[in-house]
Design a binder for this molecule. Structure first.
Ligand code: HEM
Ligand SMILES: *[C@@H]1O[C@H](CO)[C@@H](O)[C@H](O)[C@H]1NC(C)=O
Ligand SMILES: *[C@@H]1O[C@H](CO)[C@@H](O)[C@H](O)[C@H]1NC(C)=O
Ligand SMILES: *[C@@H]1O[C@H](CO)[C@@H](O)[C@H](O)[C@H]1NC(C)=O
Length: 486
């Protein structure tokens, strides 16, 4: 190539680049993207978005962006251009159009740690198959026959270890309860046994990695969590092989009392798939509901009228059982009578927001309320922002269980319709598979808590969103045993 040729080549390349750039720019200009700022190159505004804030607020980042740009804005988060939505209608639209316009899209680090077969990251047919298994396993029928007695047993086990006038971290106790329950229900592990305790220890390391930056270097929390992941998987695998041997030797028929037995008997998932399913159910079912219980303990401690009304409800249930000569174990009918308790549960999830936002991406070019959402962009429905929005919930900064007695918490005067802007469990085809179990756990825990204890904060603590919700001091409480006349 002569110098001249090279020069012409260079010139035409520059010209071509210029043209391409302008075409892209023209396209972006014809697009009506929501307002917003993209922040720094690559990291965008991620650091501001993830800055911890009080769990009963939407946080400074959301507050400032909503007041500047409105409830739908663009940003650059988790490594890509993003549409953030605090808009109730758009959030519903996103969740309802899963698989058609939008698709679940968690950051790759989550897939790395929960596994590529985890329900949280799967999409399409494979997600549907795994979901059917989970729903079968968490069905209402199983809730009534298997789960309810187990939930009560595990509640009593934790509460009976609380000494009168003692001080401890309520969040740890709630975690113990939900972990024991899931370990029992998924793999028939009994609390207190050496292998259960060992698994719990590994699991704590694992959890720290799920919520830490995905830096895979020696010594980081993420690397340690990956190691814990393989230890836990080996453990589950051993359990699985034990079952299969026992069955082959004909010593035992394959029981389907727990999830492991159930998938071995009723599905033809590969070993790898079963391991990821078990691990992700342990994760989904343990972290969330323990935080929800800790939040209830926290909110109730500041709301004596609600505790009083709860106590009346639960003393009433126990009295009625005694009078009719029933055995003291709670039944499904007793659970159905816990009406005010359901209000407390709804209000706890509205105000505390265990899950703040979901990860999605647009799989088609979408137009919504005049805005364009380009294909491939990340989309974050911030479900917490709707729950704390005064246009949907009257005085959202008040813990007010009674709002659920009138019109499902709706601030409008539309009457007795349930507030359909309330979605603590997500929505659409990926609605939480364990929502009924979570409510059952909360209700039975509250039942035995108010019947047997008074409690107060032993040290000031507060729920923060990191964005996963956590009490920095572990929610230290002091408890006093009481026996009510029942
Ligand atoms: C208060 C407690 C809980 C809250 C707030 C909660 C919240 C959620 C939310 C918001 C989602 C949707 C995620 C998304 O769309 O990307 C979800 C999914 C899921 N949850 Fe829960 N959850 C709770 C308890 C549980 C429990 C006890 C289980 C039982 C094992 C469970 C199992 C699942 C599963 C399997 C999924 C995935 C569903 C799917 O992808 O089809 N959750 N949860
Ligand atoms: C707990 O404190 C109360 C009141 O201070 C007292 O009456 C009770 O005996 C204490 N219980 C125990 C087990 O120390
Ligand atoms: C089991 O595998 C076969 C073939 O691989 C498939 O056709 C069938 O639908 C699977 N059954 C279940 C319950 O997944
Ligand atoms: C609690 O919220 C659910 C929606 O998740 C709703 O169906 C139910 O009616 C609410 N309960 C009460 C007591 O308002």
């Amino acid at each position: 190539m002569s110098d001249l040729e090279f020069f012409l080549f260079l010139l035409s390349s520059v010209f071509a680049l210029f043209l391409i750039f302008n075409v892209i720019k023209a396209k972006q200009n014809t697009l009506n993207l929501p307002p917003g700022t993209m922040g720094w190159p690559f990291i965008g505004e991620t650091i501001g978005y993830l800055k911890p804030y009080s769990a009963t607020s939407v946080g400074e980042f959301m507050e400032q962006h909503i007041s500047r740009f409105g409830k739908i804005f663009k940003s650059h988060l988790f490594g890509g251009p993003t549409i953030v939505s605090a808009d109730a209608e758009l959030n519903k639209f996103i969740l309802q159009n899963e698989g058609r316009l939008f698709e679940c899209s968690y950051p790759r680090s989550i897939g790395g740690i929960l596994g590529k077969w985890s329900m949280l990251v799967l999409v399409g047919d494979m997600h549907r198959d795994m979901r059917i298994i989970s729903l079968n396993f968490l069905s209402n029928a199983r809730l009534k026959t298997h789960l309810l007695p187990e939930v009560e047993k595990q509640t009593l086990l934790v509460l009976s270890s609380w000494k009168d006038n003692s001080t401890f971290c309520a969040q740890d106790e709630a975690k113990k309860f939900t972990f024991n329950l899931m370990a029992k229900h998924i793999m028939s592990l009994d609390p207190g046994e050496a292998e259960t305790e060992q698994l719990k220890k590994e699991y704590i390391t694992f959890m720290k990695g799920v919520v830490s930056p995905p830096l895979n270097f020696p010594g980081t929390a993420y690397r340690k969590a990956l190691n814990s992941r393989s230890t836990i998987l080996k453990f589950i695998e051993r359990k699985m092989e034990e079952r299969v041997w026992k069955m082959k030797e004909g010593r035992e028929s394959l029981e389907d009392d727990d999830l492991l037995g159930w998938v071995l008997k009723h599905s033809n998932l590969s070993k790898e798939q079963i391991l990821d399913l078990v691990l992700s159910l342990l994760f989904a079912g343990h972290e969330t509901s323990s935080v929800a219980i800790a939040l209830a303990i926290y909110f109730l401690q500041a709301c004596p009228t609600a505790v009083h009304q709860l106590t009346e409800e639960h003393v009433g249930i126990v009295k009625a059982k005694k009078q009719s000569g029933e055995s003291p174990e709670l039944t499904w009918d007793d659970y159905r009578k816990m009406e005010f308790t359901q209000c407390v549960i709804n209000e706890t999830l509205r105000y505390g927001n265990v899950v703040r936002f979901l990860h999605r991406k647009a799989i088609k070019d979408v137009r919504y309320k005049g805005y364009d959402i380009p294909r491939g962009w990340k989309v974050l429905p911030v479900i917490a922002a709707v729950h704390l929005d005064s246009s949907h919930f009257d005085r959202p900064q008040r813990f007010d269980p009674w709002r659920w007695q009138n019109n499902g918490g709706s601030s409008s005067s539309s009457g007795a319709t349930v507030n359909n802007n309330y979605m603590p469990f997500g929505g659409g085809p990926r609605l939480c598979a364990g929502s009924e179990l979570a409510k059952l756990e909360m209700a039975l825990f509250i039942h035995h808590l108010v019947l047997n204890f008074r409690w107060e904060l032993a040290d000031a603590d507060q729920a923060f969103a990191f964005p996963f919700v956590d009490f920095p001091k572990g929610l230290p409480v002091k408890v006093h045993r009481h026996t009510l006349n029942h």
